[in-house]
Design a protein around this ligand. Structure first.
Ligand code: RBF
Length: 168
């Protein structure tokens, strides 16, 4: 079996083998996006939407909700999971600041989203960018390293497909 990995060091986030992606026709994939660092999260959102649609998800089957900051992605995602969606993509961007605050947000958000994955029936996709500066964030939001929104969309489709196969 050919196992295509997207998670390789220095791998461009938008570079993937189209043939490895299941058909997403009929899938409903919600997106919760944080307003903090909106210039970045808006690009991630665009990437995710475009890639979902490219693989067959109808735009009307992509409900989108915003939350103030990344920390609120946990609540936002847990609420959206209760709605008619097959998976939820959580999008946020935390940039290193002058105090340790960013580390608590990253840790809390990561733990919260992981907890949802471990306890809920539907998958939550980790679309949190955590960077040292704005340049690193831009590089991953449609810049030199591709767009993490694209990667999240592909991951969401693959996880919904995974769940469908497990139910057979
Ligand atoms: N939210 C983000 O999504 N990204 C950030 O980089 C970010 N930095 C923050 C820095 C400080 C000092 C504070 C107080 C909040 C920050 N937040 C950030 C917001 C956080 O996720 C959450 O919305 C608030 O802490 C809730 O009051």
């Amino acid at each position: 079996m050919y196992l295509y990995t997207m998670a390789t060091k220095n791998h461009n986030l938008s570079d993937y083998d189209t043939n490895s992606v299941p058909d997403a026709t009929g899938m409903k994939i919600g997106i919760v996006v944080a307003e903090w660092n909106e210039n970045i999260t808006a690009s991630l959102l665009e990437g995710a939407k475009e890639t979902l649609v490219k693989h067959g998800v109808k735009p009307s089957d992509i409900p989108i909700m915003t939350v103030p900051g990344s920390f609120e992605l946990i609540y936002g995602a847990s609420q959206m999971l209760k709605k008619k969606v097959d998976a939820v993509i959580a999008i946020g961007c935390v940039i290193r600041g002058d105090t340790p605050h960013d580390r608590y947000i990253c840790q809390g958000t990561t733990y919260g989203l992981a907890h949802l994955n471990a306890t809920q029936e539907k998958p939550v996709i980790y679309g949190l960018i955590t960077t040292l500066d704005m340049q690193q964030a831009e590089d991953r939001a449609g810049g030199a390293m591709g767009n993490k929104g694209d990667e999240c969309a592909i991951t969401a489709i693959k996880m919904v497909d995974f769940k469908r196969k497990m139910e057979l």
